[in-house]
Design a protein around this ligand. Structure first.
Ligand code: NAD
Length: 320
């Protein structure tokens, strides 16, 4: 039987995710949103593209979660996007309520699904999704690292005038200003980046990657990025039903890896049919580890702010 993916939120990121997933023909898709008519209209439009794109998937839109029942994966994109001058962290309380409400509904109808969290502030919202769902840690995964890595790769490819496909990069940490692009692990067709670019040029790229989201917000003025984020989501989703075991930087709940405990932070993760199947631990230098811990501390600050609310939550599903 074909797999089923629910996309929560039919806005810029959610609708783009639906398009990319439909084009890959991986699963039937249900798009759900609070706005009446928007998920229905966008889904019908997308369904009418199916004969042209030559995939066999069903696509529907709804406001009621009963249509999402028995989903294998739910991609959570509902929530406010930032405006110029805002940090992702400024969205904390507005999006807390939305993530709480949407996860309760998703889990009610799909207690066995894997949650892919996209809503910002990403790592903090993963904590909310985990606390509300009661899911085991392999079934709550945050998307950010693939996007941050893709930005880094794009800027390196531009600077060296090479295909971005041949640029590998490694970005760790929370999805915020303190993310940690690891230059030592970046290469072009296996050649260390440090052999090809001088330190100042690499530093510029690191800085631009860190503020890559804000750069787009500044242009758009009334929203944030969605083409690259949805491409990143599609990569993650694909690795799960196809059990590809791809290794991506994703935000997962750490229990001692990299010396970090009880926090969602971006690290390299193997994605397969059980979700986040394994965290890979790279041997970091002291300063790299310190940067990662600093990034983790920024996530912890937000989690601490939510601590009393998170403690009151009754998990919607029995962990298993
Ligand atoms: P958007 O405003 O275009 O869409 C958000 C959608 O969520 C809207 O259609 C809205 O109606 C819907 N929504 C709001 N409350 C809801 C609820 N209770 N139930 C169902 N739907 C609800 O915003 P966007 O550009 O699609 O961004 C969505 C989120 O993704 C934002 O929080 C943004 O910051 C985040 N984001 C994260 C990353 C990442 O790397 N993790 C990248 C880009 C965007």
């Amino acid at each position: 039987m074909r797999k089923k993916v629910t996309v929560v939120g039919a806005g810029n990121v959610g609708a783009s995710c639906a398009v990319r997933l439909a084009d890959r023909g991986l699963a039937d898709i249900v798009v759900v949103d609070v706005l009446d008519g928007i998920p229905q209209g966008k889904s019908l439009d997308l369904l009418e593209a199916v004969p042209v794109s030559g995939v066999d998937v069903k696509i529907s839109g709804c406001n009621d979660y009963s249509a999402t029942a028995q989903s294998d994966i739910a991609v959570l994109t509902a929530g406010f996007a930032r405006k110029p001058g805002m940090s992702r962290d400024d969205l904390l309380w507005a999006n807390y309520d939305i993530v709480k409400a949407t996860v309760e509904q998703v889990v009610k109808y799909s207690p066995g699904c894997i949650l892919i969290v996209v809503t910002n502030p990403l790592d903090a919202m993963c904590h909310v999704a985990r606390a509300v769902s009661g899911f085991p840690k392999n079934r709550v995964i945050g998307m950010a690292g693939i996007l941050d890595t893709a930005r880094f790769r794009t800027f390196v490819a531009q600077a060296l005038d090479v295909s971005a496909e041949d640029v590998t990069a490694f970005v760790l940490g929370g999805h915020g200003d303190s993310m940690v692009p690891l230059v030592r692990y970046s290469s072009v067709a296996g050649i260390p980046l440090t052999d090809l670019m001088d330190a100042a040029a690499i530093d510029e790229i690191v800085k631009r990657t860190r503020s890559g989201g804000a750069e787009i917000v500044k242009y758009l003025k009334s929203g944030s990025a969605y083409y690259a984020p949805s491409a990143a989501v599609a990569e993650m989703v694909e690795s799960i039903p196809l059990d590809r075991k791809r290794v991506f930087p994703c935000s997962v709940y750490l229990e001692g890896e990299y010396g970090i405990r009880d926090l969602f932070v971006g690290v390299p993760v193997k994605l397969g049919e059980r979700g986040a199947e394994k965290v890979f631990e790279a041997r970091l230098t002291e300063s790299e580890l310190a940067a990662l811990h600093k990034s983790g501390a920024a996530v912890k600050e937000l989690v601490d702010v939510m601590a009393s609310k998170l403690a009151e939550l009754q998990p919607a599903a029995v962990a298993g």
